[in-house]
Design a protein around this ligand. Structure first.
Ligand SMILES: Nc1nc2c(c(=O)[nH]1)N=C([C@H](O)[C@H](O)COP(=O)(O)OP(=O)(O)OP(=O)(O)O)CN2
Length: 147
């Protein structure tokens, strides 16, 4: 029995974040166009011979748009969270809160949200075997789930 992997690259998600615990300039709000590179794995293919349908991932794209398209990402323990909530209320930013807004934190968050979507879509036939979250051409974090 072979393992099959298919991939999908979602690109162009302009959003901002800050790393409030950093001593460097990363503590200031800064923005990038993020991208998400998924690898999906299965040992069993669909009747068409696919791991996942490349065109069947609209729900995932919709969720990524909600989270990362023209949004302001804050870590849930950011001391300025209340200020950001007020800015969201005032219509200045679209606030999205996650446990950690950095690249590794985002990879974990996206994996936790999207892996169940893939499993549901494929009736547990396929899952995320690797996920790379990129903030620009230089920097990314890769999550490889434990089997
Ligand atoms: N492992 C991680 N390291 C860093 C993260 C991260 O999420 N994971 N994030 C940051 C900053 O928030 C920022 O995203 C990177 O800024 P910077 O250190 O300035 O990185 P540059 O690529 O611009 O650095 P150059 O030296 O100018 O190439 C920091 N680290």
């Amino acid at each position: 029995m072979s393992d099959f992997i298919s991939t999908k690259h979602f690109i162009g998600f302009p959003c901002t974040h800050r790393q409030w615990k950093a001593d460097s300039h990363c503590k200031y709000v800064h923005g990038y166009s993020r991208s998400f590179y998924f690898e999906f794995k299965s040992t069993e293919l669909t009747k068409e011979g696919w791991v996942v349908d490349f065109g069947g991932l609209k729900e995932i794209k919709k969720w990524l748009d909600y989270m990362f398209d023209h949004t302001f990402l804050a870590s849930s323990d950011d001391p300025f969270l209340e200020t950001f909530k007020q800015l969201d209320k005032d219509g200045v930013i679209q606030l999205r809160v996650l446990p950690n807004a950095g690249m590794e934190g985002t990879a974990q968050y996206v994996y936790d949200e999207v892996n169940p979507m893939i499993k549901k879509l494929t009736h547990n036939r396929a899952w995320i075997s690797r996920l790379e979250v990129r903030e620009n051409e230089k920097n990314s974090a890769i999550l490889i789930p434990k089997d």
